[in-house]
Write a protein that binds this ligand. Structure first.
Ligand code: PHE
Length: 344
């Protein structure tokens, strides 16, 4: 038996085949080693101890060898395989990177957090009250129509009130949710995804992202809105950026203004991005309408506020000069990887 053990010790070390074959041959229940342990029972008592010791050594050696074979298969080099081939090309370690829209969102949050804004979010599946009615949309306002809104359920309650369920068309719903919960002062930005029933093209998509801003307190005025957005534009796009406010209309703000920034691409001279005007729109804004405050239980005689809603895609396209909105949702890594080294 001693001889057999010695011979097996050698044989095992030479074994370079598949780990599973090794296990079957030597270590399984019907393998060579368990045969030897069977034989051990019949060995005379005086030699049994020594033989048992040697057999255990053999078993341990076999188990170690089996481990090594398994590791070799998992890709680590083993003696059995010989030295690693240093001429092989190395395995490339690639790290992921943040999506450009995420980079922009984080940067926007950073800028507003420094002005004392906190961050909140709200549901994408919303009811008519929070998306429209509380925001002072008249009953037959065109924005409620089918061509703009994705409705999930059209409903009315017994009193005839509109109880529609829909995909939110803007982040302004969070203004309402917030003011219903929390009394002023509030100074919050609310990033999120919104949905509109539009044909997909380079300039429009059926879903996109906005950041809503809301500041309600004593004595908040239009100058605060203007200065806040001016500060934002310079932080985001550089110190030379100009802003322009154009009179506009939203049911939930009065007065309302569209915010343009000077075109970064042509520096205001006129190009295709700014449609030769020198200006590009980035946000809608205005002073919160008294009806909106009232709908949330806030007294408009005591508090005033401003709100704005900014398109994250729009800001990203301007900042990184991206010409097609569809690139953001196609997940082409050749596009996404370009933002790998972007340091904010
Ligand atoms: N909700 C508006 C939109 O989606 C933007 C906006 C937000 C305008 C807040 C004014 C105030 O177009």
């Amino acid at each position: 038996m001693e001889e057999r053990i010695a011979q097996l010790l050698e044989e095992i070390k030479q074994f370079t085949d598949d780990a599973e074959q090794f296990r079957l041959k030597y270590l399984s229940r019907k393998g060579i080693l368990s045969g030897l342990f069977e034989e051990l029972k019949r060995i005379p008592a005086e030699r049994k101890k020594e033989m048992g010791r040697q057999l255990n050594i053999l078993k341990r050696t076999a188990e170690q060898h089996w481990e090594m074979l398994k590791n070799a298969r998992a890709g680590t080099h083993s003696e059995a395989e010989g030295a690693p081939d240093l001429t092989l090309p190395p395995v490339r370690h690639t790290t992921g990177n943040l999506h450009p829209l995420t980079l922009t969102r984080l940067r926007i949050i950073e800028i507003f957090e420094r002005l004392g804004f906190s961050v909140a979010d709200g549901p994408e599946i919303e009811d008519d009250w929070h998306n429209f009615t509380a925001l002072n949309f008249p009953v037959n306002h065109p924005a409620r129509e089918m061509q703009d809104t994705f409705f999930i359920e059209k409903k009315q309650d017994e009193q005839g009130n509109n109880r529609d369920i829909l995909l939110r068309t803007h982040t302004s719903n969070v203004q309402i949710r917030l003011l219903e919960e929390k009394k002023p002062p509030v100074r919050v930005i609310m990033p999120g995804r919104v949905y509109r029933n539009e044909a997909i093209s380079a300039r429009a998509h059926c879903f996109f992202h906005q950041v809503e801003g809301l500041y309600v307190d004593y004595n908040v005025g239009f100058a605060d809105l203007k200065q806040t957005l001016y500060h934002f534009a310079r932080e985001m796009f550089g110190p030379d950026t100009q802003i322009r406010l154009r009179p506009s209309f939203f049911p939930f703000t009065e007065p309302s203004a569209e915010i343009d920034i000077s075109c970064l691409i042509c520096k205001g001279k006129g190009c295709s991005v700014c449609k030769h005007t020198g200006w590009v729109e980035i946000a809608g804004s205005g002073m919160v309408h008294p009806n909106v405050l009232r709908n949330c239980g806030v007294d408009p005689e005591v508090f005033t506020g401003f709100a704005f809603g900014m398109g994250i895609e729009r800001v990203t396209m301007l900042k990184y000069r991206i010409g097609d909105l569809r690139l953001f949702s196609e997940n082409d890594v050749r596009f996404l990887r370009q933002f790998h080294t972007v340091i904010q």
